[in-house]
Ligand binder design. Structure first.
Ligand code: SF4
Ligand code: SF4
Length: 356
């Protein structure tokens, strides 16, 4: 007898199965939304139905205990309907108004930070860092924890001219949204990878390692049955290390953080923008990175003091000019800000640096 047919790949379930009933009922016919306080907003449907969103920050890398706790809270107050935003905020979707106050009370009592809705900072989208990734030039969760501890007021109570999106990527592979966030950090290596000649033949495929280098800096070293790197051509991207573990690039002394500013995804009022380099390098200083957090605070406070209502960081900088941005923030303009990469084509003005 033939075996019964069995489906082995069912794919992801349809997202509509997970929408709260009030959203399913009013799908596509919503009238407006209103921000009630920094941690709560309400959406009102054409039919008059309402759904409230209660937002709290999450540390992004969540323990199963925290996820279970959040799920239990969601079961208790909003039928289990909880979602995570792209910036790692947790949002409880409440369809019964009388549950909002007790929900907020329990969240506060358990130490969750409510906020992030409206003209303030959101949670920080970040990458894996030293917890998880082999090519990290800085930490992600530790750095984000230090920044968010310092900026908690900007998430909970302070009003900004507009929303400010923050991001951290722990190397230039950039798994985060650094290129298009208002203020962002990217981990950078500053030294050429070290060649572990003894292990190249055991751990690496020579052709694919040579092909992985975007600047053609790697070539065979037949005498050593290994590889060699042309230091002058290397731009410390770490791409080779991703395919060949015998070319380690991480360096506890020289690795650090660069800060870029002024990117955005939205096309409201002005086109989406790429971020520009503002601080080329700050050494890693774990566990609290005080030099990094103070620069971010300085940029944020200068933006709050100078921007018009509704201006995003990039729009404010473009209105006043980058020269004024550097003089107001007191950040030095250095040779690293100038784009002198010779392979860059004149028409591709997409570098994070400034064209001379
Ligand atoms: S940004 Fe780089 S170091 Fe960080 S998770 Fe992505 S590849 Fe790894
Ligand atoms: S770090 Fe980047 S530029 Fe340098 S050798 Fe490796 S792949 Fe090439």
């Amino acid at each position: 007898m033939a075996a019964p047919q069995r489906r082995t790949d069912i794919g992801p379930p349809h997202y509509k199965d997970f929408l709260p009933p009030v959203i399913q009922k009013n799908y596509g016919s919503w009238k407006y939304h209103e921000i009630i306080n920094p941690g709560v907003m309400v959406h009102v449907a054409d039919s008059g139905d309402k759904i409230w969103t209660v937002r709290v920050a999450s540390p992004r890398l969540l323990s199963t205990d925290t996820i279970r706790d959040m799920a239990d809270i969601a079961e208790k107050y909003c039928g289990g309907y909880i979602r995570f935003t792209t910036r790692n905020n947790a949002e409880f979707l409440v369809s019964d108004e009388k549950n909002i106050e007790p929900l907020q009370k329990e969240l506060k009592q358990k130490g969750y930070l409510a906020g992030g809705i409206g003209p303030r900072i959101s949670n920080i989208v970040h990458t894996q860092g030293w917890v998880h990734c082999h090519s990290a030039a800085t930490d992600a969760s530790g750095l984000v924890k230090a920044i968010m501890d310092d900026l908690a007021d900007y998430f909970t109570t302070k009003e900004l001219p507009n929303k400010v999106r923050l991001a951290v990527a722990c190397c230039t592979n950039m798994c985060g949204a650094v290129h298009c966030s208002d203020i962002a950090l990217v981990g950078i290596h500053r030294k050429v990878p070290r060649v572990d000649h003894g292990n190249i033949k055991n751990m690496c495929e020579v052709p694919s390692t040579i092909a992985a280098c975007p600047t053609g800096a790697i070539s065979p070293d037949p005498a050593k049955k290994s590889l060699k790197i042309n230091d002058d051509k290397c731009m410390y991207c770490g791409n080779c290390y991703s395919v060949c573990p015998a070319l380690p690039i991480s360096d506890p002394v020289n690795d650090g953080v660069a800060i870029v500013v002024g990117g955005k995804v939205g096309s409201l009022r002005s086109f989406p923008k790429f971020s520009k380099l503002t601080v080329p390098y700050i050494p890693n200083n774990p566990p609290r990175w005080p030099e990094v957090t103070s620069v971010i605070k300085k940029i944020l406070d200068t933006y709050i003091a100078g921007a018009k209502k509704h201006e995003r960081v990039g729009e404010w900088v473009e209105r006043i000019g980058w020269e004024k941005f550097f003089s107001l923030t007191g950040l030095p303009f250095t040779f690293q800000h100038i784009d002198d990469f010779t392979i860059a084509r004149e028409t591709f003005r997409t570098a994070a640096t400034f064209k001379w």
